[in-house]
Design a protein around this ligand. Structure first.
Ligand SMILES: [Zn+2]
Ligand SMILES: [Zn+2]
Length: 318
């Protein structure tokens, strides 16, 4: 399986500001220390090899949208955040006029997780089939409401694709086009569901918009079971630990440190911090990643956990 991140930011999309770009340029020039570059290629190679991640990249601009590539001809994606627009363009280019089946797995229907759908190109194309899976009863109503007047000019019924809504009972594994899918109820305003996907001996957990309270033992055990031995866990790490246990307790999100602890309990292999706080800039997010890696090192037993932070465009093979 391969995972491709199209949107990784929480709550609302963010773009780099003028100040962010000036800061990156200035830091790159300082790091270059007066070097001369004979060509664009040389300068680019220097940027790729010698500059820190937060200078050469940016963490998610778009809200939640994560593609799973299984080798099956159908498409699989978690959530329809604003990253869905670029994902839709990718599908249309790749299909080159041929119809496709797209399976969408919805964690919940908060706006940041559905806002990309009205801009998802395949939804407008006759012959496309879109299956929206989820454990909420309110899925279809939410998708229709966001495309209702006066908030959006194109009503849901105008869409050319054949769109179905399919309920997944929580806790009961189902097989969807070769992919084994299990959902788990999570703590979040209006409820959210985590997903465990299994295919070809690999497992992936997508758990966003979920507040984990590790002091409640049965809770921690339940989620450690859901994450058990996962090759990859995409985890709502919107806050730092300090924020999560103080000012932002009960806001329905988790922290980088809680992600490490749960993955250690579950003996998961790779944790990816996801659903980044929109107020955090790239340097702050890089700091949260370093903090999580340091915490993992200090608390590591006989099982090492790899820790990464998601950004739009990241691809991971598992
Ligand atoms: Zn969200
Ligand atoms: Zn939410």
């Amino acid at each position: 399986m391969r995972v491709r991140f199209w949107g990784t930011r929480g709550s609302i999309p963010v773009a780099l500001t003028v100040a962010d770009i000036r800061d990156k340029l200035a830091r790159a020039l300082v790091a270059a220390e007066g070097r001369r570059f004979e060509s664009y290629g040389e300068a680019r190679a220097f940027a790729e090899q010698s500059l820190p991640f937060s200078v050469t990249h940016t963490f998610g601009g778009h809200t939640s949208c994560v593609e799973l590539i299984t080798g099956h001809e159908e498409y699989f994606v978690c959530d329809m955040g604003s990253g869905a627009r670029a994902f839709g363009e990718h599908i249309l280019a790749r299909q080159a006029g041929q119809p496709a089946i797209v399976n969408i797995f919805m964690s919940h229907v908060h706006w940041d997780h559905i806002m990309g759908f009205p801009f998802f190109g395949p939804a407008y194309v006759k012959g496309m089939r879109i299956r929206i899976h989820g454990s909420h009863d309110i899925l279809e109503k939410a998708f229709r409401m966001q495309q209702s007047a006066p908030c959006f000019p194109v009503p849901f019924d105008y869409l050319g694709a054949k769109i179905e809504f399919i309920k997944i009972d929580p806790g009961k594994p189902v097989e969807i086009s070769g992919l084994k899918v299990t959902t788990q109820l999570q703590h979040h305003s209006g409820d959210s569901y985590g997903y465990r996907f299994e295919h070809g001996g690999r497992s992936l957990v997508y758990t966003t918009d979920s507040e984990h309270k590790l002091e409640e033992h049965s809770e921690a055990e339940l989620f450690a079971g859901f994450f058990r031995d996962a090759d990859l866990v995409i985890f709502d790490a919107m806050y730092s630990l300090a924020d999560a246990i103080s000012i932002r307790a009960d806001w329905g999100h988790s922290s980088n440190v809680v992600g490490v602890e749960l993955c250690q309990m579950a003996r998961a292999k790779h944790l990816v911090l996801f659903h980044h706080e929109p107020a955090n800039n790239d340097a702050t997010l890089e700091g949260l990643l370093k903090e999580a890696r340091r915490f993992e090192e200090l608390t590591r037993g006989d099982h090492a956990l790899k820790v990464s932070a998601a950004y739009d465009g990241l691809e991971i093979d598992l």
